[in-house]
Ligand binder design. Structure first.
Ligand SMILES: [Zn+2]
Length: 132
């Protein structure tokens, strides 16, 4: 595809990515599956090297991660204990499947959950990752 300039190319790809988000994600997943076992050792070596060279960043990331996880775990436990999902309760998102899981929009609010089915929960969690 001929572009007049870099910005035009960038804009084109941005549009393309937006339009084909799912296709690209699927492709990346397949690609990853194929190449991951081959590159596994190399990847581990590389990330080890990166961690060594960027110790501060690495520690910060770890801290962030464990803090987030702690919050996540706590919220999940609290919700599981205190919020019962009624029998025959329909998923709040698709209203088709039975709700089997609790979704936290915000782990700072452990009691604020959406009761959803497994399918919707996976979707919601994926969305959250994109947001971060
Ligand atoms: Zn659902």
């Amino acid at each position: 595809m001929p572009y007049k300039n870099k910005d035009e190319a960038k804009a084109y790809w941005k549009r393309y990515r937006k339009k084909n988000k799912e296709k690209i994600a699927e492709y990346q997943k397949e690609h990853f599956k194929k190449t991951y076992p081959k590159n596994r050792k190399k990847n581990i070596e590389e990330s080890k090297k990166w961690n060594k060279e960027n110790k501060d960043k690495f520690n910060k990331n770890m801290e962030k991660y464990s803090l987030k996880n702690k919050k996540e775990c706590k919220a999940r436990k609290l919700a599981q204990y205190h919020i019962k999902i009624p029998k025959e309760y329909l998923c709040e998102k698709c209203k088709k499947e039975l709700a089997k899981e609790r979704h936290h929009e915000n782990y700072d609010k452990p009691f604020k959950v959406d009761l959803v089915c497994k399918k919707c929960h996976t979707k919601l969690d994926k969305k959250r990752k994109v947001k971060i």
